[in-house]
Design a protein around this ligand. Structure first.
Ligand code: FAD
Length: 403
């Protein structure tokens, strides 16, 4: 069997290896001058390669089409993936079960996968771009590159998504899939910052928050809620819980989304009110705006007072209970309206891609063209941060390579 793997990211490297050791004659074609360009910048250069969790926990972190992924993750679980990598690269597990190479060097993950390819005698071709994938009577027959035409029986498309295009992931796989009759779920940015309406956030730029809860509503319906860290930026908000929120709101019209920020999730409204009263007592005779320093970061106070529509200039002893309630409600549910998400170019992953409805989840083969397979981010599967996206690439690649 002559197999061509398109793309030298984690999906391409892993599918090429498993395809080769199961007896195929494999060529891997990568348009860049080196393999794993996106891997190299992953996890801030440290590569959070997987998450040391169970298959069930893994699937809870998959945002789009977790059911499609079920078979693949049980075949090549995080545990099996770690076992596979650690034969050549020692790994370590950090907070949140995030797994990294012990060296903290993403390049060691690429080196490890390259070493597997060498062992399996995969023919690796760099600086070569696939231009089209060709079929004859519903069966893959060749690929055309900028250098030659390669006859083959099987093609595994591992071209990634369309985010961070400088790494080589420019959405070519979507184009190939479409030409072969596949439906593409519109690519959208995921795991990215959120642009906000208004300009209040400019005043907050640079403020980082810890232990806060961010909740997203579509109309009245809650579609996301998480606890953790975030920050205000020149465009709106970013940081871990914001990235996660983006993956849940990216299919909605921004006008329908409301974000609520709970700055004191550990306190009930009553507890917070009692706390404010205690602080007012401590700062007797001070203005309200000068009585909240123990409770809130200084930069937040004017924005919260404005958001609550109360007068911060009056003495706290004159501040009525109804105004305190407004303050409490604002601290527990500061409202922000998104205007849009950040651009796909800056998104950590692409949501959308080749529709999973037309792919056999047991093999990753196209239901439309024989010998055509897909693996990795090119598929309409995306997950949260924590090492889940590289593992999506790995388990789909394992299945495609072994089929
Ligand atoms: C800044 C950043 C940090 C990230 N950090 C993490 C992390 O820590 N953990 C995690 O799990 N995920 C992380 N991700 C996401 C993760 O890197 C991707 O989901 C993963 O790389 C997808 O793997 P892939 O093999 O499907 O695609 P890619 O890694 O995108 O690889 C696709 C390859 O195909 C090649 N290609 C494309 N078209 C052609 C063509 N026509 N001919 C030849 N070659 C072609 C490209 O050049 C590219 O090398 C991060 C992403 C970014 C942008």
């Amino acid at each position: 069997m002559r197999t061509v793997v398109i793309g030298g990211g984690p999906a391409g490297l892993i599918s090429a290896y498993f395809s080769a050791i199961s007896g195929d004659d494999v060529s891997l074609i990568e348009k860049n001058e080196k393999l794993g360009k996106k891997l190299y910048i992953s996890g801030k250069g440290r590569c959070n390669v997987t998450n040391d969790c169970t298959e069930e926990e893994f699937l809870e972190n998959v945002v789009s089409n977790p059911k499609f992924l079920m078979g693949a993750i049980y075949k090549f679980s995080p545990e099996k993936f770690m076992e596979f990598l650690s034969k050549k690269t020692p790994l370590k597990t950090e907070r949140g079960n995030r797994v990294y190479p012990i060296s903290d060097k993403a390049s060691d993950i690429t080196k490890c996968l390259e070493s597997y390819l060498k062992e399996a005698r995969v023919d690796v071709r760099l600086n070569e771009t696939v231009l089209s994938v060709n079929q004859h009577e519903g069966q893959i027959c060749s690929v055309t590159t900028d250098k030659e035409k390669i006859d083959c029986d099987k093609v595994i498309v591992c071209t990634g998504g369309a985010s961070y295009p400088l790494t080589g992931s420019t959405g070519d796989g979507f184009k190939f899939a479409k030409m072969l009759g596949h439906s593409i779920v519109e690519p959208k940015p995921a795991l990215c910052g959120i642009n906000l309406k208004g300009d209040f956030y400019k005043q907050l730029q640079g403020i980082s928050l810890k232990n806060v809860r961010l909740t997203a509503y579509r109309g009245q319906k809650q579609i996301f809620s998480d606890f953790g860290e975030m920050l205000f930026t020149h465009f709106g908000i970013s940081g871990p819980i914001v990235l996660s929120a983006s993956s849940y709101i990216n299919r909605s019209n921004a006008n329908d989304i409301t974000l609520k920020l709970d700055l004191k999730p550990a306190l009930s409204n009553e507890q917070l009110d009692a706390r404010i009263l205690r602080d007012f007592d401590k700062y007797k005779n001070k203005q309200v705006k000068n009585s909240l320093d123990d409770l809130l970061l200084k930069g937040l106070i004017p924005v919260i007072i404005k958001g609550a529509e109360v007068n911060g200039e009056i003495k706290n002893s004159e501040f009525k209970a109804e105004n305190r309630k407004k303050l409490v409600d604002t601290i527990k549910g500061f409202t922000m309206k998104p205007s849009s998400l950040r651009d796909l170019n800056e998104a950590i992953v692409t949501a959308g891609g080749v529709s999973t409805k037309e792919i056999n989840p047991k093999t990753m083969e196209s239901k439309l063209v024989k010998g055509l397979y897909f693996a990795g981010e090119v598929l309409d599967v995306d997950a949260l941060t924590g090492g889940f996206n590289i593992t999506v690439a790995a388990c789909t690649a394992y299945v495609a390579g072994n089929s």
